[in-house]
Design a protein around this ligand. Structure first.
Ligand code: 5GP
Ligand code: MN
Length: 352
C-alpha cells in the first residue's frame, strides 16, 4: 500500500463530481510533454471505461514519440480545431486541469476554461497553483501528475477497473518526468506504484523504447551541432548554456519534440549543475527557455525572474520575446546575480 497523500475530502468531492458528470473535458499545458499526455490519457481511459464521454484538449501539437499511446489519436488539438474545442469546453459539466498550475499555461484555452460553467478539478505537481478550480489537488512533492492520477483512481477504489491502456499512459509520464527515474525519484512509493502498473500488464521496456528510441538521424545531427558549436561553459558557476536558432533547426528539419531532452545534456558534464537551453521558436517570434539544475539551485526562481516562467526547483521553463542575442545577454546578466547560490550549490554537490 501507499500513504494517503491526497486528502480524503478531495477524493470524495472528485468522486461526487464524476458521478454527476456526463461530459468531461481534460485539458493540459501548451507543448504537452510525456506527463501532460500520459496523465490526460490515464484519466481519459478510466473515465471512458466508466461510460463517461470524455475528450482531451491540448493547446497545440505534441511530440511524435508520444503518439503510440492508446487514445493519442483522439486528442483534440485546439490550434487545429478551435471552434470544436470551444464548444466542448462550453458544454462540459466537468473539466480536469492536469499538469499545470495557472491558466496562462494553457494559452487561449485558458480563457475558455475560465468562462465555462463546468465544475473544475486541478491535479498537478507545480508549486503555487492559482485558485481557479473547485477542487485543487496540488502536490509539488510528487514527481509527476501521472502518479497523482494513479493515486486518485486507486483512492476512489477503482484500481481493479484500471485498464492496461490507462496504466501504460500513467507509467509513461512517471518515466518522462523523472528522466526515466534518474531524478526526483527516490520515493519508495514510486516503485510500489510501478509494481502495481506491471500487474496491469504494461511492458516498461517497450514503453522506454517507444519514447527514447524513436528519434530521427536529423535529431542527432542537430544535437551534434549544438554540443560542438552552440555551447558555452561558465566553469566557476558550474553552468552551461546551449542554444539553437531557427536556421539551425530548419537545417536539420527539426520537428516538434526533436529538442526534447536537450536541456538535460550538459548536466552530464562533470561539475555542471545548472543548464540552460535557449531555442528560437520556428513559428513564433519567441525564444523558448528550458532550465535544469542539480541539488538545490532553484531553476524556477531564475526562470520567473528573467523569462516570465516557472516550474519546478530542478526543471523549469519560460519565454522571451526578442532576439536570441538579447536573451543570452539577459541570461548572463542574471547569472552573475545568482553567483553565490550557484557556487554554494556546486560546492555542496562536489562534497557529496
Ligand atoms: P520544459 O523545459 O521541459 O519545457 O519544461 C520544464 C518544466 O518547466 C515544465 O514541467 C513546466 O512546469 C515548466 N515550464 C516550461 N515552460 C514554462 C513557461 O513558459 N512558464 C511556466 N510558468 N512554466 C514553464
Ligand atoms: Mn509534470
Amino acid at each position: 500500500m501507499f500513504s494517503k497523500i491526497i486528502a480524503q475530502e478531495k477524493i470524495n468531492k472528485v468522486e461526487d463530481l464524476i458521478d454527476k458528470a456526463e461530459k468531461v473535458v481534460i485539458v493540459t499545458h501548451v507543448s504537452p510533454d510525456g506527463d501532460a499526455i500520459g496523465s490526460s490519457l490515464g484519466l481519459y481511459h478510466y473515465l471512458q471505461d466508466s461510460g463517461i464521454e470524455t475528450t482531451i484538449i491540448v493547446p497545440n501539437e505534441f511530440p511524435y514519440f508520444l503518439k503510440w499511446m492508446s487514445g493519442a489519436k483522439d486528442v483534440l488539438i485546439y490550434e487545429k480545431y478551435a471552434d470544436f474545442a470551444a464548444k466542448l469546453i462550453e458544454e462540459a459539466d466537468l473539466i480536469f486541469c492536469l499538469d499545470f498550475n495557472v491558466l496562462s499555461r494553457i494559452k487561449r484555452v485558458g480563457e475558455l476554461v475560465k468562462e465555462s460553467k463546468a465544475k473544475k478539478v486541478l491535479v498537478d505537481h507545480h508549486p503555487d497553483p492559482d485558485a481557479f478550480c473547485d477542487v485543487t489537488i496540488s502536490h509539488p512533492e510528487i514527481s509527476s501528475t501521472c502518479e497523482l492520477v494513479f493515486r486518485l483512481i486507486c483512492r476512489m477504489g477503482d484500481f481493479e477497473h484500471m485498464s492496461k491502456a490507462s496504466a501504460e499512459a500513467i507509467y509513461t509520464g512517471m518515466m518522462t518526468d523523472t528522466g526515466a527515474f534518474t531524478y526526483n525519484s527516490n520515493s519508495p512509493e514510486i516503485y510500489y506504484i510501478i509494481g502495481q502498473l506491471l500487474l496491469k500488464g504494461i511492458d516498461k521496456d517497450y514503453i522506454y523504447s517507444k519514447v527514447y528510441h524513436s528519434y530521427t538521424p536529423d535529431r542527432f545531427r542537430l544535437m551534434g551541432l549544438m554540443l560542438s558549436e552552440r555551447m558555452k561553459i561558465y566553469e566557476e558557476y558550474g553552468t552551461a548554456l546551449i542554444w539553437l536558432d531557427k536556421k539551425d533547426q530548419d537545417r536539420f528539419h527539426s520537428q516538434k519534440g526533436d529538442t526534447e531532452g536537450f536541456a538535460n545534456l550538459p548536466l552530464n558534464i562533470s561539475g555542471i549543475t545548472f543548464s540552460v537551453f535557449l531555442r528560437q521558436d520556428q513559428e513564433k517570434d519567441m525564444i523558448k527557455i528550458s532550465l535544469r539544475s542539480q541539488g538545490t539551485f532553484p531553476c524556477n526562481t531564475f526562470a520567473a525572474q528573467c523569462f516570465n516562467g516557472g516550474g519546478h526547483l530542478n526543471a523549469s521553463g519560460g519565454e522571451y520575446y526578442g532576439p536570441l542575442s538579447d536573451a543570452i545577454d539577459l541570461f548572463e546578466k542574471t547569472l552573475d546575480e545568482y553567483a553565490e547560490l550557484l557556487i554554494n550549490n556546486k560546492n555542496n554537490l562536489d562534497k557529496k
